[in-house]
Design a protein around this ligand. Structure first.
Ligand code: HEC
Ligand code: HEC
Ligand code: HEC
Ligand code: HEC
Length: 220
């Protein structure tokens, strides 16, 4: 770097200093680093790694999720009750799919957070708002197919195969970007790696200001 800065370089420097607060406060979307799922700084994670509490390159658990490394919950869940809701059209009778069960492995509060790798003797469990629990009847329904036919029957849902998700940097549909094998899951609303989420918005796939996330699927 030259000892003396040109005017252009000085202007660039000033611009960078002006923009810096945005990056530091994380106003932009982008990465797991610094998000609630950046596990490096949590005292229960003695590995110092980010990915390891969830993924491993070797000897993964036998569950339908990418190279999963965390102990999985064995609970039976109470699912969204369609008899409580005369307006529900989806079939919500099945237990959580693997891809949602892995969230519940930490967030149902029955498996210790530090039980990853071979560990099974952890003592730290979620409580308070981070604990979704095993009664999912009071939570948005998950683990059911959301397809064109459901949208037609319901009349107030967008067709997931044609409606664009509008996620940051994507031109894909709801089905492409938000569903897993055509099914609605925890990650239909949440972004576990925070790559699309805006920092400070509960790892949501889309900032829910003005209910933008809800209105992606619901035609209200
Ligand atoms: C809190 C748990 C968690 C952490 C931490 C985590 N992941 Fe994931 N990862 C998941 C889940 C859950 C999925 C399944 C897809 C989904 O839900 O979006 C996944 C899917 C993946 C996939 C396959 C699908 C895709 O998105 O490309 C890759 C690759 C991946 N993770 C890499 C990583 C890497 C690398 C890190 C560390 C920098 C990491 N993950 C950290 C939970 C986690
Ligand atoms: C290895 C355990 C683990 C797994 C697996 C896991 N989480 Fe988390 N999650 C955490 C921890 C730890 C926090 C931070 C809690 C805190 O700060 O009090 C967190 C925080 C969150 C938050 C709140 C974010 C915020 O900004 O306040 C959401 C939402 C969330 N997780 C959703 C999910 C979803 C959805 C999945 C599955 C795709 C998942 N988590 C899988 C451990 C996990
Ligand atoms: C229909 C969308 C949707 C689905 C599906 C969904 N969530 Fe959420 N979740 C949200 C929204 C929106 C918030 C933020 C609520 C707020 O800010 O008050 C949230 C908040 C959370 C929080 C943080 C609670 C807090 O008060 O800080 C956790 C943890 C969480 N969700 C986990 C999960 C898990 C685990 C699943 C699957 C079992 C799931 N979510 C499914 C939309 C969803
Ligand atoms: C990725 C798509 C998607 C997103 C995002 C989403 N939903 Fe849903 N939601 C659905 C589908 C599909 C159903 C099932 C509708 C049915 O069968 O009647 C549903 C069901 C519901 C129901 C129950 C309807 C009933 O008749 O019992 C409510 C209430 C609801 N959603 C509210 C919300 C809210 C509030 C948000 C935002 C926090 C949200 N949804 C985000 C797809 C979504």
């Amino acid at each position: 770097m030259p000892a003396v800065l040109t005017i252009k370089e000085k202007m660039l420097l000033v611009l960078m200093m002006l923009l810096l607060p945005f990056f530091v406060s994380g106003a932009s979307a982008g990465t797991i680093i610094g998000s609630a799922h950046d596990f490096r700084t949590y005292m229960w994670n003695d590995s110092g790694e980010i990915c390891l509490p969830c993924h491993t390159p070797h000897n993964a658990k036998n569950i339908i999720a990418p190279l999963w490394n965390h102990e999985v919950s064995t609970e039976t869940y109470i699912m969204y009750d369609s008899s409580q809701s005369p307006t529900l059209d989806a079939d919500v009778s099945s237990q959580p799919d693997g891809i949602s069960k892995i969230c519940l492995s930490c967030h149902d509060g029955t498996v210790a957070i530090e039980n990853f790798g071979n560990r099974t003797d952890g003592t730290i469990f979620f409580f308070g708002p981070m604990k979704i629990g095993t009664d999912l009847s009071n939570d948005h329904p998950i683990s059911f197919p959301y397809d064109t036919s459901l949208a037609t029957t319901d009349g107030e849902l967008y067709d997931p195969t044609t409606k664009l998700s509008g996620l940051i940097g994507s031109t894909g549909t709801i089905n492409d970007d938000m569903l897993f094998g055509g099914r609605m899951e925890c990650s239909s609303c949440h972004d576990v790696h925070n790559t699309k989420a805006v920092f400070g918005t509960k790892l949501l796939l889309k900032d829910n200001a003005g209910s933008a996330l809800c209105l992606t699927c619901h035609n209200k």
